[in-house]
Design a protein around this ligand. Structure first.
Ligand code: NA7
Length: 541
């Protein structure tokens, strides 16, 4: 009999299950709910002391989802959809975490989640046809593992000389103290200007005495236009959830926009029509801005036109031309993760907010009193690292996974992640990844993507159980075909042309491979087709 802490009642025998799910974020919770409902003995191991995943860790000031609230939620239970009330157009982190907790309570999930349990090794036991997971709280054995470990769950803290000598506190946006941080009266340094920094900077600026932002690459951001959620809009969604969900799932990023997607080419429009369309979308706010044309991430000329529109906006918003020039990006727009903001560029009009360009002269070192760039020390009392994550593969590789024949996942992925459908890996039988590399993942609304993956995995496990099949494993040819397919689709776009975390370019030494697959609906169709065709490309034994 297994106890709640991962070891059997005698304290020595491993805890044995049908499925071990790693991670208790939205993916892990839904996996547990679904697999339990199908009669599998499933447990979740989670390194945090509670549920929520991304939304448990990312508690930085201003943390907010940039998918609209009515679409960033589970669709599996109409009662849950009806009873939960969202308060804003885009939910803040505390509200999303409350939702995650509500789900955990409502479906009594915690009884099968082993918290504060960190996976240290994962090995395939060939003779027993089982996975063995070593954790800091004991050993688990299971026929299947589901890696619900998130895409942005291993923080990236660049190595700066002298960082350990800094006299004040330091924080990473992705590992923020639960009790919050009081910046009032302090001089704060923020390193980074990605999505997290774009959200945090205006809120920290409103609280602190001085704010110095260290920017390596300026970022394009579009107004989110967050506001209290209109009760009529919420009611409309609740009355029409089935149709609206179907509409969402038919979109390439699994979310519907406030204005219709338009498929013509930005470069073909006359000046007036182009500007009117862009202005309307700038006012409406959100990702609808990027859907004004069909070719923003496909055609360099169209992309440049849209980029110039945003550059002009920066020039209009920011009072000091020198500051505006520093904040103005010149790279491809939407090639890196696009940002949505509330008063980001406006914040740099405040006299206590400073911007240090570290593109040509990188941060030299951290001193006890501040950040040193090009021989100048910028004194700060606290440092916020908004420096991102080892995305998509970082957490998986940290778990020391070995598959058939003792092959390490790290070696199999030496030249970049290889998966079949973003669900299975050749040589790693009975291991599934949720929203992993090779699936739409971070290029889509994560919760629908998670539900689609978990539903596929659940269907697969039921089929295997009914056929008394012991293992399922991606075939090397199918994996190779899929890697080529993902690359071919990505190469149709401008995504691979810039240094983004989609490519692993933010981590020194990481192999550059475009990891997510653009396009949700065709991907779902392929997954369905594969399952219906006796799991084509997977070996069943
Ligand atoms: P990002 O988007 O990876 O941003 C990290 C930022 O940190 C980015 O501006 C980086 O500049 C900067 N960075 C990283 N290393 C350094 C060094 N060594 N020196 C200076 N600046 C550095 O992470 P986020 O957390 O903002 O976004 C992830 C989110 O995307 C996630 O939370 C979701 O909201 C979606 P760079 O651009 O690499 O020059």
């Amino acid at each position: 009999m297994s106890t709640g802490d991962g070891v059997s009642s005698n304290g020595h025998e491993p805890s044995v299950h049908d499925v071990v799910v790693v991670g208790a974020g939205f993916a892990g919770m839904y996996a547990l709910y679904t697999l339990r409902g199908l009669g599998f003995d499933a447990v979740v191991v989670e390194r945090a002391d509670d549920v929520g995943g991304t939304w448990y860790w990312n508690r930085y000031p201003g943390a907010r989802c940039d998918v609209e609230s009515m679409q960033y939620s589970y669709s599996f239970d109409p009662e849950l959809e009806q009873e939960w009330e969202w308060s804003e157009r885009y939910s803040g982190q505390p509200e999303i975490l409350r939702y995650a907790n509500h789900v955990a309570d409502r479906y009594d999930l915690r009884r099968d989640i082993h918290f504060e349990t960190t996976v240290q090794r994962v090995d395939w036991d060939e003779d027993a046809c089982r996975w063995v997971l070593q954790t800091d709280r004991g050993t688990y054995r299971a026929r299947f593992v589901v890696m619900a470990t998130g895409c942005l769950s291993t923080t990236n803290v660049p190595r700066f000389d002298g960082a350990e000598t800094f006299a004040g506190p330091t924080f990473h946006t992705g590992n923020w103290p639960h009790e919050g941080v009081d910046f009032s009266g302090l001089s704060v340094g923020v390193i980074g200007t990605g999505s997290s920094a774009v959200q945090a900077i205006p809120v920290i600026a409103a609280e602190c005495r001085e704010l110095t932002v260290f920017q390596r690459t300026p970022n394009y951001t579009v107004p989110a236009r967050n506001q209290p959620l209109d009760p009529d809009e919420q009611a409309h969604w609740k009355q029409n959830y089935r149709e609206l969900r179907a509409e969402m799932f038919a979109q390439r990023a699994a979310m519907v926009q406030r204005l219709p997607d338009i498929e013509d080419a930005a470069k073909d429009l006359g000046e007036q029509e182009f500007n009117e369309r862009m202005e309307e979308r700038w006012e409406v706010g959100g990702f609808t801005f990027y859907r004004a044309f069909g070719d923003v991430v496909l055609d360099a000329e169209s992309n440049e036109r849209v980029a110039q529109f945003v550059r002009d906006k920066i020039g209009e918003v920011v009072d000091d031309p020198e500051m505006a020039a520093k904040l103005t990006p010149h790279n491809t727009i939407a090639c890196k993760r696009p940002c949505l903001d509330t008063n980001y560029y406006e914040t740099f009009n405040q006299p206590h907010v400073h911007l240090v360009d570290v593109s040509a002269t990188p941060i030299e070192r951290i001193s006890p009193a501040g950040v040193v760039v090009d021989g100048t020390e910028y004194p700060v009392d606290a440092i916020v690292y908004a420096t991102g994550f080892d995305a998509m593969t970082g957490t998986l590789l940290r778990m020391n996974i070995t598959g058939r024949g003792g092959v390490r996942l790290a070696d199999h992925w030496d030249a970049g992640p290889r998966t079949y459908l973003g669900l299975g890996v050749a040589g790693f039988p009975n291991m599934f990844t949720v929203s992993g590399p090779g699936s739409p993942s971070v290029l889509s609304n994560m919760i629908p993507s998670i539900e689609q993956h978990v539903d596929w995995i659940a269907r697969c496990l039921v089929d295997l159980r009914e056929r008394s099949t012991t293992t399922i494993e991606a075939e090397p040819d199918a994996e190779a075909y899929w890697v080529d397919h993902v690359n071919a689709v990505a190469d149709l776009t401008l995504y691979p042309t810039c240094n983004s975390w989609y490519l692993g370019a933010n981590i020194p030494g990481k192999t550059r491979v475009f990891m997510p697959l653009p396009g949700f609906p065709p991907y779902v169709e392929i997954c369905e087709d594969v399952a219906s065709d006796n799991y084509r490309g997977f070996a069943l034994a």
